[in-house]
Design a protein around this ligand. Structure first.
Ligand code: ITT
Length: 188
């Protein structure tokens, strides 16, 4: 069985392929030949996730799901939030540096990752969410994962998400929790 994942992010794709391994074959947009950027101008994770699935449905007429995720830092008024991908105007490393810079001298390090998934099947949309609480560390650590993983340490751990293997991250992550809810729904 195949599922279309409305993403261009190969790290997200790899995580989700690993989560659904043995149950579904997951195809990303690059494999389907859809290379154009999907405009993400919604005002919430859910709206942006929904833009991704509707964009794909309009072009390919395929059932699909899409993931909008981000990091919310309490002391930064929940920024970068829905602006996580374009926070600095640079790439992942620049985004991470900007968060660390803005957190200089701030002792409240609380943060959370959020994922909202939109699933479009038979013209009906369903949403699934996941969240992971933790803290922003003072220096990036680890080389696994992507995005803000090197500066995020989940509550109850003394390593960052980037110091975990993909399997360890998938056992606790915001994305894995949202995918588990999606899978439970699919298998109903
Ligand atoms: P698609 O829209 O094509 O799925 P994207 O990379 O643009 O891919 P988002 O719009 O959801 O994805 O932006 C999410 C931002 O948050 C982006 O900068 C990621 O690097 C970061 N991010 C998302 N999930 C993450 C995770 O599990 N760990 C670390 N950073 C993450």
């Amino acid at each position: 069985k195949q599922l279309v994942f409305a993403t261009h992010n190969k790290n997200k794709l790899a995580e989700v392929q690993s989560i659904l391994h043995g149950r579904y074959e997951v195809l990303g947009l690059t494999e389907l030949g859809l290379t154009d950027e999907i405009p993400e101008d919604g005002s919430s994770f859910a709206e942006n996730a929904s833009l991704k699935t509707h964009y794909v449905y309009e072009r390919l007429q395929l059932d699909c799901f899409g993931d909008d995720s981000g990091l919310e830092v309490e002391a930064l008024n929940q920024e970068p939030g829905i602006y996580s991908a374009r926070y600095s105007g640079g790439g992942d490393a620049a985004n991470t540096q900007l968060v660390l810079q803005r957190m200089t001298g701030i002792s409240n390090r609380k943060a959370r990752f959020k994922t909202v998934i939109s699933l479009l099947v038979d013209g009906e949309e369903h949403f699934f969410e996941g969240q992971l609480n933790g803290i922003i560390v003072h220096e990036p650590r680890g080389s696994h994962g992507f995005g803000y993983d090197p500066i995020f340490q989940p509550d109850g751990y003394d390593i960052t998400l980037a110091e975990m293997t993909m399997a360890e991250k998938n056992a606790i992550s915001h994305r894995a929790l949202a995918m588990k809810a999606l899978l439970d729904w699919l298998l109903l």
